[in-house]
Design a protein around this ligand. Sequence first.
Ligand code: PMP
Length: 428
Amino acid sequence: MKTQLERASRDKGTDWQALRKDFPILDQKVHGHPLVYLDNAATSQKPRVVLEALNRYYETDNANVHRGIHELSNRSTVSFEAARARTAHFLGADSSEIVFTRGTTESINLVAQAWGAKNIRAGDTILLTEMEHHSNIVPWQLLAERVGAKIRWLPVTGDEGLLDLDRLDEFLTRDVKLFSFTHISNMLGTVNPAAELCERASKLGVVTLLDAAQSAGHCPLDVREIGCDFLAFSGHKICGPTGIGVLFGRQSLLEQTPPWQGGGEMILNVGFDKTTYKQPPHRFEAGTPDISGAIVLQVALDYLDAIGRRAIFEHDQELASYAHEKLAALGGIRLFGPKKGRAPAEGGRAGIVSFLLNDVHAHDVVTFADQRGIALRGGHHCNQPLHKKLGIESSARASFYFYNTKAEVDRLIEVIRETQKFFGGARR
Ligand code: PMP
């Protein structure tokens, strides 16, 4: 039987509505209303092909990798390494540059603890931006405390949520050892001009890390075109399972990086007195990895690429622009993030819209929406410093993926209007 995706991609242009049928979870009622899932920046839903592949792996091939001589172990190892090659292709990288981790958070911690601890010293500067997720803040704070390094923050312009690039020269200086920044902000939806920033950094010999948690699977992503040295993303945000993540590291950098965790699989030879380590990427994968996660991630990547990442980006952006416009027209609302959606390389906004209603707490907005079947996110979205800078404690967030529709945005607007009426905070 053909999947909805196969049927849809036969046609010219994608039938987004048809793709919804690939996601069994979307077909349900929540509190008596059809589910409208708008919390994709937290995690995405999984298509049936991914769910089936997970089952199939455990039903037919399950065994540990790189260890056994028996058939099942060989099959698992071949599939696991094929998943690495597929992930490399997804990013325009080489297989030896792909390390499987638990997610974006673990990938960034790996770089901080292994590469960072070796290369960043007392007095050095780590450059971050004011729009980073806690995952791209706390690992660097831990490292900075340990080695005596400084952290500087490239400013965000305010509610419009752009990096203040006019001030880049002031922050991106020769004493910076690493510039780690998000490709797409998970609160503002801002798409940062990653290639331009990496080029400016590499001219000064500054190593770059791109947090691609919100951009992988949402827009085209090629590490050579962008020119980053490290890149991190999570499988669960792009139709894959939880527990699998990816770190890309430029080969020359991974080769100079010592192991960060010790255990089985990452060694060449262990003695009572001395141990030697494998080459990257295996040097960074101690113990049994998330085998099924990696194998199934490959299925998710195939699924996304069959739709097309540019088409996904344009669809997400169209929904977000529509939502932004309709929310602004309601009045009595503060909207965050860029007004315009532009191509990924030019900056602008992706499929994320955060907002605050006058006099209504974000948690009330999200609870009210939940009662009507709409899944939003409310809180600081792991962007506490950014919220503080904007003078707020929390915000409500709608985040879109390719299976969302304009009709769902209309439903969101209707419910926000009801929320305003209910809490009496609307401009009448
Ligand atoms: N960075 C960004 C920009 C994110 O949006 C997230 C997830 N919200 C992360 C990092 C962390 O991802 P994970 O929890 O999957 O490690």
